[in-house]
Design a protein around this ligand. Structure first.
Ligand SMILES: Nc1nc2c(c(=O)[nH]1)N=C([C@H](O)[C@H](O)COP(=O)(O)OP(=O)(O)OP(=O)(O)O)CN2
Length: 142
């Protein structure tokens, strides 16, 4: 059985080599959807009986390992020296990325952030990162 949980964060980024306005310092209301798979718990009297896992716990994992690292923060590429220097001076919440902080990169980053944090028997199947309501990336670990 698959279940999904969505969280939303506000973050800034820039793609310095982009030919479009994405090369500006700008922000997004990111929407992040984690889809996990596991058996439905059937233990009588278990607080999670009838669930793959409690949505509440999935949210806690996403909040701690994604939201709390980037919400109201800025994702900046390590090679983008000029912006990196400014952002590190200006912001206390900064995600320094190995590659340009595209939706693709952030989907992979978020997947890896929560992959090993799930309960036994529950696996992360997909991480969807909406950069805008119309633009998103999916990462399934491949
Ligand atoms: N494959 C990717 N393409 C682009 C990315 C990306 O992460 N992966 N990012 C950007 C920009 O950061 C930009 O924020 C998105 O630009 P745009 O397509 O103009 O988004 P809009 O929300 O303005 O588009 P709508 O169609 O109005 O939703 C660019 N490309």
């Amino acid at each position: 059985m698959l279940i999904s949980r969505k969280i939303e964060i506000d973050y800034g980024h820039t793609l310095p080599n982009s030919f479009s306005f994405c090369n500006q310092l700008h922000g997004h209301r990111g929407v992040i959807v984690a889809t996990v798979e596991g058996p439905v718990i059937e233990r009588d009297g278990d607080a999670e009986e009838g669930m793959v896992m409690d949505f509440k716990f999935l949210r806690q994992i996403m909040d701690e390992h994604i939201h709390d690292l980037l919400d109201h923060g800025f994702a900046v590429w390590k090679e983008d020296k000029e912006d990196l220097e400014f952002i590190l001076r200006r912001n206390s919440r900064v995600l320094v990325t190995d590659e340009p902080p595209t939706a693709e990169y952030l989907a992979k980053w978020a997947f890896n952030q929560i992959m090993g944090k799930l309960p036994e028997g529950v696996t992360l199947k997909n991480l969807r990162w909406y950069e805008t309501p119309n633009n998103w990336a999916d990462y399934d670990g491949q």
